[in-house]
Design a protein. Structure first.
Length: 221
């Protein structure tokens, strides 16, 4: 079995709760969504066997964890499951970055995942359809591990969408960290909106934070 891999590199995590932690990033090719704010371009990939990929990951040395990202890594769930098992055998911390729309695939690999960074796709932000039921099921599975939810806030983000996300997360586990991430490069323009949104979120959730994309601010990969 081979996987389609866009790139592998070592850098710091730029988003969410683990911002600033050194990670090896394995970016899987392809995605099932087309978010208008997406900054990942899928122009090429290489096919990698499990053995070759593990060797390349190990060549970067130790870090906080291995970030399995994309695109959407769960689209290649068979290979992903094998890779995660091998990384766990080696004592690696596994960090899954996923768009939260494929709960059935998450259930196949969750046992060996340590941390789940779940994107919550608000339709007014993404320009895509609603994924409320998929997000609810995904979070119900992910909450068995360390998990946080990340919501991109842009100029078009509507309060009604945010309130639905708060409802779903609050009913599942109100203690799950809920990250409001301003769309880059509009952080300054969104300051007032983010402040208002944070206050709304805090009415129903226990841990709400505004965290911009650090890697873009300081100019690293």
């Amino acid at each position: 079995m081979k996987a389609k891999i866009s790139e592998i590199f070592k850098s710091i995590q730029g988003e969410g709760l683990y911002q600033g932690r050194e990670q090896v990033f394995v970016r899987f090719f392809g995605c099932n969504l087309n978010c208008r704010f997406c900054d990942t371009r899928f122009e090429f990939f290489k096919e990698a066997t499990l053995e070759d990929l593990v060797v390349e990951i190990n060549s970067f040395g130790s870090g906080h964890s291995v970030s399995l990202t994309g695109g959407e890594p769960l689209l290649q769930v068979g290979f992903l499951g094998d890779l995660i098992k091998e990384l766990k055998k080696q004592g690696q911390t596994t960090y899954l970055e996923a768009n939260g729309t494929l709960p059935d695939k998450l259930s196949q690999v969750i046992d060996n995942i340590d941390i789940v960074a779940m994107d919550f796709k608000l339709p007014s932000s993404t320009g895509d359809r609603r994924f409320w039921s998929e997000h609810r099921k995904f979070l119900e599975i992910a909450r068995s591990k360390k998990v946080f939810v990340k919501v991109v806030i842009g100029k078009n983000t509507q309060i009604s969408d945010l309130e639905k996300a708060i409802e779903i997360v609050g009913e599942t586990d109100r203690e799950v960290p809920f990250i409001l991430q301003p769309e880059n490069p509009f952080e300054d323009e969104l300051e007032d909106k983010l402040d208002n949104f944070k206050k709304i979120c805090q009415k129903g959730l226990a841990d709400v934070r505004v965290i911009p994309q650090l890697h873009k601010i300081i100019g690293v990969r």
